[in-house]
Design a protein around this ligand. Structure first.
Ligand code: FES
Ligand code: FES
Length: 180
């Protein structure tokens, strides 16, 4: 089946098998290996990306279900060499050890902060309950998310910026189109 998706600001059109999982499409076809697979039971959250601005476990979505959608991965967060505030907060608060859970944690945290710009500790823990970390004990992750909240402007983030860019370009998106 033919799908067209926009991933980290670039449009792609590809033929995929109906059974292809979104995470496999992102990693194996597009080379977005920052999005990782940590389980085969949809439990770990390591594969979390944003689909039309909301976090999803990309191992539980078929690539064909993402047809026509806008996807943001961990690789689409930085701007002009600057880490996203949540990425920076994870770094500054030592919120990772092996780093395997980190891409999914960060994507989920950004979605959480879009819903609640100033979450308390319980809200952060509840919001991240679908993302597992086997290293850190979560304390510094929670601290990082709350630190990030204090650094972020409401409505900031890659999706908001992409919307602003697209609105400012007459006639539509500046995204490149790749076909295969
Ligand atoms: S790889 Fe574990 S939830 Fe997706
Ligand atoms: S830092 Fe190792 S799994 Fe979270």
């Amino acid at each position: 089946m033919r799908i067209t998706v926009t991933v980290d600001g670039t449009a792609y059109t590809d033929e995929v098998e109906p059974r292809t999982l979104l995470v496999h499409y992102l990693r194996e076809r597009l080379g977005k290996v920052g999005t990782v697979v940590g389980c085969d039971t949809s439990n770990c959250g390591a594969c979390t990306v944003h689909l039309d601005g909301h976090s999803v476990k990309s191992c539980s979505v078929l690539a064909v279900q993402a047809d026509g959608c806008e996807i943001t991965t961990i690789e689409g967060l930085s701007r002009d060499g600057q880490l996203h505030p949540v990425q920076q907060a994870f770094h500054d608060n030592h919120a990772l050890q092996c780093g395997f859970c980190t891409p999914g944690m960060i994507m989920q945290a950004i979605d959480l902060l879009a819903d609640d710009a100033d979450p308390d500790e319980e809200t952060v823990r509840n919001g991240l309950e679908g993302n597992l970390c086997r290293c850190t004990g979560y304390q510094n992750i929670v601290r990082a998310v709350r630190d990030a909240a204090s650094r972020m402007e409401p409505g900031s983030g890659p999706e908001a910026e992409q919307v602003a860019e697209q609105t400012s370009v007459a006639g539509g998106s500046r995204a490149e189109v790749r076909q295969s």
